[in-house]
Design a protein around this ligand. Structure first.
Ligand SMILES: [Zn+2]
Length: 249
C-alpha cells in the first residue's frame, strides 16, 4: 500500500502546493482521499481519474472536497471515460453542495458520474483486499479519520481533527499515521478544531503508531517547523508530507 501526496496546504492552495489530497494505492485499487483545491490536477500526474475505484472525503470543508467540481467537469465534459459512476464516500450533503455549483436544486444529474454514499462512524468499505474504515473525530463539522488496511499493513489519516480519543483509536498500531498539524497554538476562546504539532505527536504516541508524518500545516506554521516540534515532543525525527512524494505504508 502506498499513499501519494497531492496537496497539504491549509486553508488555501499555494504555487505547487494544493490543499488536502492523497492518492491511496493498494494492489490494483486506487482511492482519491480528499479532494481539496488544486488536487485534481495533481492527481492527474499520477493516475487516470476515470480509473479510480473510489473517492473518500473526510469532511465537507471546501479545502478537502471542492475539487470534486473540477473532477465532475473532467469526467463529464473533459474526455475522460469512467466505466460507471465512481463511488464517493463522504459525510452527508456533498451531492447537494456539488449540485449548487451548477445552480441545480436536484442531484440526479450527478449520478452518471458519481454515486454518493453517506459516511457514518465505523463505516467499512471493502475494495478487493483493501479495507477502509471511518472513525468520527471532533471538528467543527462532521468529520472522519480514515483507517486503511491492506495485506497486513495499516495507514491512518486524521482528516481534520481536534485532540480527541477517537483519533488515537483510528491510528491504533498504524504503520503510518498521516496527521494534520494545522495550528501553531490553540486559538484562545474557540472550540478546538485542529491539532498543534505537539498534539499530533501525542495522538501518535497514544495510538502506538510506528511512523508519524505531518500534513495540513496552517498559515502560521511551516511544515518543517511543525515536523521539528513534533519530533522534539516524541524524541525522534518526524517527517512532513511533501507534494508529489509517494510514501510506502
Ligand atoms: Zn476542516
Amino acid at each position: 500500500m502506498t499513499v501519494t501526496v497531492l496537496g497539504t496546504a491549509s486553508p488555501a492552495p499555494l504555487p505547487d502546493r494544493p490543499c488536502s489530497g492523497y492518492l491511496l494505492r493498494a494492489g490494483e485499487r486506487s482511492v482519491w482521499v480528499d479532494a481539496g483545491f488544486g488536487t485534481l490536477a495533481a492527481l492527474r500526474a499520477h493516475a487516470d481519474p476515470a480509473a479510480l475505484d473510489a473517492v473518500w472525503i473526510s469532511h465537507l470543508h471546501a479545502d478537502h472536497c471542492a475539487d470534486l467540481a473540477a473532477a465532475f467537469y473532467a469526467l463529464r465534459y473533459g474526455g475522460l471515460a469512467a466505466a460507471g459512476p465512481i463511488p464517493v464516500y463522504a459525510p452527508a450533503g456533498l451531492a447537494r453542495r456539488l449540485a449548487g455549483f451548477f445552480g441545480r436544486p436536484d442531484t440526479a444529474f450527478l449520478e452518471n458520474t458519481f454515486s454518493f454514499h453517506d459516511l457514518h462512524d465505523g463505516h467499512r468499505v471493502r475494495l478487493g483486499d483493501l479495507e477502509l474504515t471511518s472513525h468520527a473525530v471532533v471538528h467543527d463539522v462532521p468529520a472522519y479519520a480514515l483507517r486503511a488496511r491492506h495485506d497486513g499493513r495499516t495507514l491512518a489519516y486524521s482528516g481534520d481533527s481536534a485532540p480527541c480519543p477517537q483519533l488515537a483509536d483510528a491510528a491504533r498500531g498504524a504503520d503510518l499515521f498521516l496527521c494534520e498539524a494545522d495550528h501553531d497554538a490553540p486559538p484562545p476562546g474557540e472550540e478546538r478544531a485542529h491539532l498543534t504539532p505537539e498534539e499530533a505527536a501525542a495522538a501518535a504516541a497514544e495510538a502506538g503508531a510506528a511512523r508519524l508524518v505531518l500534513t495540513h500545516t496552517g498559515p502560521s506554521l511551516t511544515p518543517e517547523r511543525a515536523a521539528a516540534r513534533a519530533g522534539a515532543a516524541l524524541g525522534h525525527p518526524v517527517a512532513h508530507a511533501r507534494e508529489g512524494e509517494t510514501l510506502r505504508v
